[in-house]
Design a protein around this ligand. Sequence first.
Ligand code: NDP
Length: 246
Amino acid sequence: MNNKEQVIVITGASSGIGEATAHKLAGHGFKVVLTARRMEKLKEIKDTITSNGGEALAIAADVTKVEELHEVVRKTKSKFGKVTGWINNAGLMPLSFVEKLKTDEWNTMVDVNIKGVLNGIEAVLPSLIDNHGGNIINISSSAAHRFFPGGAVYCATKSAVMMLSEGLRQELAPKYGINVTSIEPGATSTELMDTITDEDILEKLSSMKEMTMLEAEDIAEAIYYTLSQPKRVNVNNLYILPSEQQ
Ligand code: NDP
């Protein structure tokens, strides 16, 4: 399918990797649907895309509320006639040491990082099955491969997303031509660390600031590569680390 025929929904499009992906895909002619909770940010990004000649739609939605994601699909079809791909990118990383029992943060990570992905799949899958093809891209993390202190729950959520992606791929790609990809980035310079409240973690992470991290655009490029492949190619996993990350 050529780029102009693709209509891609991006969750968590109001900042970081989602925002960079929206610009990258729109710049290559894809129609993009931006969704997140902060509508003001989405609107600014949409306006920039359209003023550069791209096509975009902004819809406020919380990935923990599946009805809102069904509404995203309805509005996308109403504007662009179809949806051809869905990027489950929304995520949070409030790292903390387990002994601190920050259970509200654990639950939020499960709700957004795991259930939010399942909600996205529930919302989009019937449309992709009807189309006899499409793409689902899930943003997992290098945290799915390696544990780091304070990351017990976060790493568990991202491992779940990576394994879920392989299950989806096995069930959906051969039967329906729906290609499924897990992208596993290492440290990337975004707002992700802003959700950390554990001061001991913040102190530990301050040393990371000396490292040259990935830019959100580097992951957007990987997403563009994935979506540019012919239908016969399923890009299963892309595990991408900053050169300086151990
Ligand atoms: P950002 O914090 O910049 O982006 C996170 C996005 O998720 C925001 O757009 C935010 O939008 C959205 N979001 C959070 N909660 C919800 C919700 N309940 N409903 C809808 N949207 C929500 O971080 P990144 O760009 O880094 O994160 C994107 C993905 O990449 C995440 O899944 C993250 O785990 C993953 N990742 C990031 C890495 C990194 O080092 N940065 C490394 C590996 C993976 P809003 O607040 O407007 O709702």
